[in-house]
Design a protein around this ligand. Structure first.
Ligand code: ATP
Ligand code: MG
Length: 386
């Protein structure tokens, strides 16, 4: 197996976006395998061909391809010539390396110039395999499915079809700023938006030196981990403790949480402007905690005038946790930490805050200065993968 055939979701390819989408997918595959020598992706008749210099690299390549968004499925393959007699011999010779009792041939033509139809190819090669091996054809549920994709100048032979990550290639959907807490939810929210083609800039708010550095360390570890899905990441670490202190002194206790959140969003918007990002992302899910009622989310939203995307809004904690395990962030997220939201938290946070009350409370604060302070004190970290 000296190459791989990669299929992408046709559905996402309507109209003029196609070359852009495919070009980005090629770039991302190239980035994901940058440290594996001899790997080269190219466009080929509605699919991609991945050349693999050294067969021993396949397990590493497979691992990387599984995390590339935009891939529907992929297969380690062998390039074969188009001469029918040679093709028959080769298919049979490769097939007998597998352990099977029943099989089918699944030929597909990428273009219609080949003199035989797919059906005819299936019949002719199938008959040859039966003759040589004595195995039986089973079209419905074969033990071995022998795929042949016929291109203009060659064909690809493969036996396995590996499910890809789906979604859209990172980069086709623009940039977002994601509020990354170090908890379970926000890494999942970030990753779901990457899977919709967005590049994510991370922002984490911490209360060091009032609290320890654990949440920062977790956010850094998670940002580093998620970089495997987008190859380059930036994380802003925003000191939030002094800002919280001012809120505590000047605003009524029940409104603190909502005001913290509104300040977080405003700081994130300034970072979004610097980064040319068009919207924010949070890991909020409706009703999960006191600050996540419809009333509070509405008041929080009205602090900013760019969209706040909440991809987890309708999900249960169980579902979110399972996804966190799938993407590999769960273990880090459950490490106990001291999140800034635990600092100066009121005993009874308002579950139904009213915008007028919040605006009145914020009137006592110098909001622009607090936002400016957050932005200028932010530390920037960058990560690359691999
Ligand atoms: P998570 O599991 O993501 O921490 P949560 O269930 O703890 O979420 P909240 O504490 O209400 O819920 O936080 C809601 C969202 O606000 C988070 O998903 C995240 O997007 C953002 N957020 C909360 N705290 C921080 C923080 N310290 N830094 C950055 N974003 C934060
Ligand atoms: Mg949290």
């Amino acid at each position: 197996m000296n190459c791989a055939v990669i299929h992408y979701h046709e559905i996402a390819l309507k109209g003029q976006n196609r070359p852009f989408f495919v070009g980005r997918l090629v770039e991302n595959i190239q980035a994901a395998t940058a440290d594996i020598p001899g790997v080269e992706a190219e466009k080929l008749w509605g699919r991609l061909l991945l050349k693999i210099g050294d067969e021993d690299c396949w397990p590493a390549v497979e691992e990387r391809l599984k995390n590339v968004f935009g891939i529907a499925n992929f297969s380690p393959a062998q390039r074969v010539g188009l001469d029918m007699d040679r093709m028959k011999e080769l298919v049979a010779a490769e097939a007998v390396k597998h352990d099977f009792d029943s099989f089918r041939i699944s030929a597909r033509r990428a273009h219609k110039n080949y003199p035989l139809t797919s059906q005819q190819i299936n019949a002719e090669i199938g008959a040859h395999v039966v003759k040589l091996t004595g195995k039986r054809v089973d079209l419905g549920n074969p033990e071995l499915n022998i795929h042949l994709e016929i291109m203009p100048n060659e064909a690809f032979l493969y036996f396995r079809n590996i499910e890809g990550a789906g979604g859209l290639p990172v980069g086709v959907g623009g940039k977002l700023v994601s509020l990354l807490s170090g908890g379970i939810d926000s890494p999942v929210a970030s990753c779901r938006m990457m899977r919709r083609g967005c590049r994510i800039v991370f922002v984490h708010y911490h209360s060091f030196p009032y609290l320890n550095k654990k949440s920062q360390e977790k956010a850094q570890e998670i940002a580093l981990h998620l970089t495997r899905y987008q190859y380059q990441s930036i994380l802003y670490l925003v000191p939030f403790g002094d800002i919280q202190k001012e809120v505590v002194v000047l605003a009524p206790a029940p409104l603190r949480v909502v005001i913290y959140r509104r300040l977080m969003l405003r700081i994130a918007v300034e970072i979004a402007k610097k980064q040319d990002a068009r919207a924010l992302v949070t890991g909020e899910s409706l009703g999960q905690v006191a600050s996540q009622t419809l009333e509070n989310l509405s008041v929080i939203d009205q602090a900013v005038d760019i969209p706040v995307l909440r991809p987890l809004i309708g999900m249960d904690k169980d579902e979110i946790s399972r996804q966190a395990m799938d993407i590999g962030t769960y273990e880090t997220s459950i490490i106990p930490d001291q999140d800034c939201c635990q600092l100066f938290i009121p005993r009874k946070p308002a579950t139904r805050s009213k915008l007028e009350e919040v605006l009145e409370a914020e009137g006592a604060l110098d909001v622009p200065r607090l936002v400016e302070q957050g932005v200028t004190q932010a530390e920037e970290r960058s990560y690359t993968f691999p």
